[in-house]
Design a protein around this ligand. Structure first.
Ligand code: URA
Ligand code: CA
Length: 442
């Protein structure tokens, strides 16, 4: 086989065999195929797409590029959740303990920040003492004991994805349906859970901005997962504005704790209930989504979800007192109000820009090995549909006091808001549920 010929074949719209896909991916991982040829190959896929069979072969090749985690040492049906990436997406911190408190088993490997979106691992590390880099044996032990553990995805999990993603990130080939589907599903399949609930985001803050593309991505991932013998459900949800009010690390942990107390933002709570009920359904814990919702809501009310978070923090070496006293989380140096330049109604918030602004304040890395400031971030005071007076705060910036970061961030943040005279409806949040049986639109 010849790399040039295979690039040309895909460029001209041809269908690649399993062996041809393996040749390209394995050659690239081994360093035998240079970046420039892989970049051209990825761009050819971007324009020509892939047949479902090619996409499955790509995914499975990436799964087998590294360790495949065997979770059979943990008893019962293990269920995972994955979001395609959003801004202020605090979901996992609430969902994992709540599902575990409701009879599910969550042995989850999770990521760091990606592009303009945050990472659950970074958020967890803002809890003093919390360990996310645990050996497999410890991870299994914790899940067997308390039915939940959240750890950092290891570098040996789907290394092909890691290498390809880094190249896609700098060659404008991230937003390709077959490439995203293979990237996400290779990691999920390698991570070993029996069931997976996917939260496929659509809207301005998502990688798939159009609903029809999100739907195709969801169907592609469900087909790949079910084809590999797992139970998979995907929900398509909105990322038109940030989720909840908090965007950052420590402040998202605080938001998660509030939500488990029943005092969280409605959009975040509703999303947790919708995803969680599907996790319980595919786990066989409940007979219907509605029954799952009832159980989850009860376990917020009676505090069992919050108690499970406390156990999780304790088992992973963190300071569990944060559950009762969030002032034990890293505190920022200076809080600054961002005031509205005019009176009116919030009509639109560009979630992508808000994500970038939060990183400008120090909540993200500029270079791979940078340290994150866990205490900084953005707390929204106004969301779409809210009325605002001139000079009233749109948000509170949690900052380190460095004006050279704060001023450009403030300008960018204000420009992310559109404020007008007419009141607008809150945008649609749930779009569809995609399962093996078909698509249900909400
Ligand atoms: N998240 C991933 O893990 N991979 C992608 O390609 C896009 C989002
Ligand atoms: Ca949030």
């Amino acid at each position: 086989m010849n790399v040039y010929e295979l690039i040309k074949k895909k460029r001209d719209g041809g269908e690649l065999s399993k062996e041809e896909i393996e040749f390209m991916i394995n050659g690239f991982v081994k360093g035998e195929i240079p970046d420039y040829q892989m970049a051209a190959f990825l761009m050819a896929i971007y324009f020509r797409g892939m047949k479902p069979r090619e996409c499955v072969d790509l995914t499975m090749t990436m799964v087998h590029s590294g360790d495949v985690v065997d979770l059979s040492g943990i008893n019962g049906f293990k269920v995972d959740k994955h979001s395609t990436g959003g801004v202020g997406d605090t979901t996992t911190l609430v969902l994992a303990p709540l599902v575990a408190a409701s009879g599910g088993i969550v042995a989850k490997m999770t990521g760091r920040e990606l592009g303009h979106t945050g990472g659950t691992v970074d958020k967890l590390e803002s809890i003093p003492g919390m360990q996310v880099e645990l050996p497999k044996e410890k991870f299994f032990e914790i899940v067997n004991k308390i039915h939940v553990s959240l750890i950092a995805q290891t570098a040996t999990l789907a290394p092909a994805d890691k290498k390809i993603y880094a190249l896609r990130n700098v060659t404008a080939t991230v937003d390709s349906i077959p490439l995203i589907a293979a990237s996400i599903m290779s990691k999920k399949l390698a991570a070993g859970s029996d069931g997976i609930v996917l939260d496929v985001k659509t809207g301005i803050g998502a990688f798939m901005q159009e609903y029809k593309d999100a739907l195709e991505l969801a169907k592609t991932m469900v087909d790949i997962g079910e084809g590999a013998g797992r139970r998979v459900v995907a929900l398509i949800t909105s990322m038109d504005q940030p989720l909840g009010y908090a965007i950052g690390n420590a402040i998202e942990v605080e938001e998660a704790i509030k939500t488990l107390r029943g005092e969280g933002p409605k959009d975040l709570e509703d999303l947790v209930i919708e995803l969680g009920s599907n996790m319980l359904l595919i786990s066989g814990v409940v007979k219907s989504v509605d029954e799952g919702k009832k159980v989850l809501r009860e376990n917020i009310k009676n505090g069992k979800g919050l108690e499970k978070l406390r156990e999780l923090i304790r088992e992973q070496g963190g300071d569990e007192r944060v559950v009762d006293d969030t002032s034990l989380l890293p505190q920022c140096k200076e809080k600054i109000e961002v005031r509205s330049p005019r009176k009116g109604y919030v009509q639109f918030i560009n979630a992508l820009e808000v994500g970038i602004t939060s990183k400008m304040l120090g909540a993200g890395r500029k270079k791979k090995d940078d340290k994150i400031d866990h205490s900084v971030g953005i707390y929204l005071k106004k969301k779409v549909g809210d009325e605002v007076d001139e000079g009233e705060p749109l948000a509170i910036f949690y900052t380190d006091g460095d004006r050279s970061k704060i001023e450009p961030a403030m300008e960018r943040f204000i420009n992310a808001y559109r404020i007008g005279d007419e009141k607008v409806e809150v945008p649609k949040f749930f779009y569809a549920r995609v399962a093996k049986e078909g698509v249900e639109e909400y």
